[in-house]
Each structure stands twice: as C-alpha cells, then as structure tokens.
Design a protein around this ligand. Structure first.
Ligand code: OGA
Ligand code: MN
Length: 297
C-alpha cells in the first residue's frame, strides 16, 4: 500500500481538500507515513480518509502522532458526567448520556448549534487548536455535511488596502460572542468565567509553509482599540468574503470517514440534518504550541 493524496476538486481547488488512500490509520504508523500526512496537511489544509473504523482509543493513538492533545474543555458539560469517557474526546453528537437523541430544546443541543456558524476550533482558548480530527461513527440518512473554507486563499484574494488594514489587528474570541449570535445566552456565572475572551491575531503566518491566512471565527466579537459595532461589521465582511463558494469544500460524510483539518488555515461549519436522527461524531484535537500572540507575525 502506498499513501496517495489526490485533490478532491482538481479543477477549482487543486490545493484545498485532499482525499487520502492507501493507508490504514487505525493502526500504528511509521515516521514516514506521519511525515507524509503532515506534508499533505500543509498543502491541502483538509484531508479526508475513508473506511477508518476508529474507536476512541485508536483515534487518540493516531491523533498523538501530530502533537499534544487538547482537553474537550470547550464543552458546555465540561466537569459534569459525560457520554464519552476520555476527556480528550469531544462529543460532537446529538446524544445524551444514555445515547438517546437530545430533545429539540435541550440546552446542550442549543449550545452545540453554534457549530453551524463558521469557526476555527478553540480560537476561544489562549492556545488554540492546530489539527482537528473528526470521526463519523453514525451519520443521518441525509444532510449534516461539514463545510470548510480555505483561509489562505481568502487572505490572498484580499485587496492590498484590506490586507494592510488587517495586518496588525488583534481580536477577542469567546464562545459567549458566538453563542449570543444565535440568541443563546443561557450561561451560568461559572461559564462566563470559563469563556472569558482571549486575544488572537487576525492575520497568522503558518509556521511550516510561511503562508498568511485570515484567522476568523464566529467567536471573534471585538477588535482591540475599535468600537464594537465597527469591529463586528468589519469581521462580518471578512467572513462573508472568506466563505464565498469558490473557497469552500463541502464534505458529505460516509460512515467511518475521518476528516482532519488545520484550524490555522481553515474555517468550518456544520450543516443541518433531521433532529430526530442520530449523528454521532467524535473529535480529537491537536493543540497549537503557543498562542497566536506569541507566534511570529
Ligand atoms: C467540530 C465541528 C462540525 C460538524 O467537530 O469541531 O465543528 O459538522 N463539527 O459536526
Ligand atoms: Mn468545530
């Protein structure tokens, strides 16, 4: 078996979203295989692997090849009883702790609808996410795609004036901003402390490729030194620019797909599906090594 990566859309997006074949990533990898995947991530930003029958243990083992893992502490039920045992696995499902589909008005479900807004994982943490790895354990019969936007291409397509306006801006990110955009304000005083805003650069330079990208997310609700409405209007325009269809790959899931994306170079969002059906996805997350504030500009 040789690992090959082919662009999913070679005509419109030859350098964004690759499909990997010739590798079983549920088994231990050689250093060469890990290096080939890292290289593919630098090139494509999103990699799709099919037919990978992960459980949490094998998913964690694969993920650890790429760096230190994050805890799932962005969850609303962090610190409480969880459906998934490992604190390093994010529960991206619509299931309760007895594996029953959450009621339409369930607080955790409403909070998780925040994933329908364009975002980059854990931008609300001082040290945000590098790679996310999402494993499709059970999927609904229709809908529930995940869309990815190429923030390197979006940055490159900005006019020079906008690029220089963005260059040194610092944003504040918090889940309080992103959730309130959907009218979710049901936070406890403890949540308010836990989700206190953090600062992130608006323009990042990728540590391996040197490429610049726009570091945007629904969590970004303020720009340091700017009046809030002006900042939000500006950020909204940038998100609108960055998520034009020409920058977007929509992934239609098959059971046992594993999709891995670079949060430094992409945004993503969930698409709707029938709330009565089960969608069970497990996410592991590789952390960045430092905050974007400490990264080289
Ligand atoms: C995530 C996420 C989108 C989806 O796992 O971080 O945003 O389609 N998922 O479930
Ligand atoms: Mn996400």
């Amino acid at each position: 078996m040789t690992l090959t990566i082919r662009p999913i859309d070679p005509v419109s997006r030859p350098f964004f979203a690759g499909e990997v074949s010739g590798i079983d990533i549920t088994r231990p990898l050689t250093p060469d295989q890990v290096a080939a995947i890292d290289k593919g991530m630098d090139r494509f930003g999103v990699l799709v692997f099919h037919d990978q029958k992960f459980d949490d243990e094998t998913q964690l083992a694969f993920s650890r090849n790429f760096g230190g893992l994050e805890e799932a502490s962005g969850d609303l039920n962090w610190g409480k009883a969880r459906r998934i045992e490992s604190p390093l696995v994010n529960d991206i499902s619509n299931l309760d702790n007895d594996n029953k589909v959450l009621a339409r008005d369930n607080r955790r479900r409403l909070f998780s609808l925040g994933n329908r807004l364009w975002h980059s994982d854990s931008s609300f943490k001082a040290v945000p996410a590098k790679y996310s790895l999402l494993s499709a354990r059970l999927i609904p019969s229709a809908g529930g795609d995940t869309e990815f936007a190429d923030m390197r291409a979006a940055y490159d397509a900005l006019d020079e004036e906008t690029k220089s306006e963005c260059e040194n801006l610092i944003c504040e990110h918090s889940q309080i901003y992103s959730r309130s955009m959907l009218g979710f304000t049901d936070f406890t005083p403890e949540d308010m402390v836990r989700f206190k805003p953090v600062q992130q650069r608006l323009v990042r330079r990728h540590p391996s490729t040197g490429r610049k990208s726009l570091y945007l997310a629904s969590h970004a609700g303020a720009i340091i030194g700017w009046p809030v409405p002006e900042a939000r209007a500006f950020l909204r325009d940038l998100v609108e620019h960055a998520t034009q269809r020409r920058f977007v790959y929509a992934h239609a899931w098959k059971q046992w797909d594993l999709v891995m994306w670079d949060n430094r170079a992409t945004m993503h969002r969930a698409r709707p599906f029938d709330a009565k059906e089960v969608r069970d996805m497990h996410r592991t997350t590789v952390a960045c090594e430092r905050s974007t504030m400490a990264e080289a500009a």
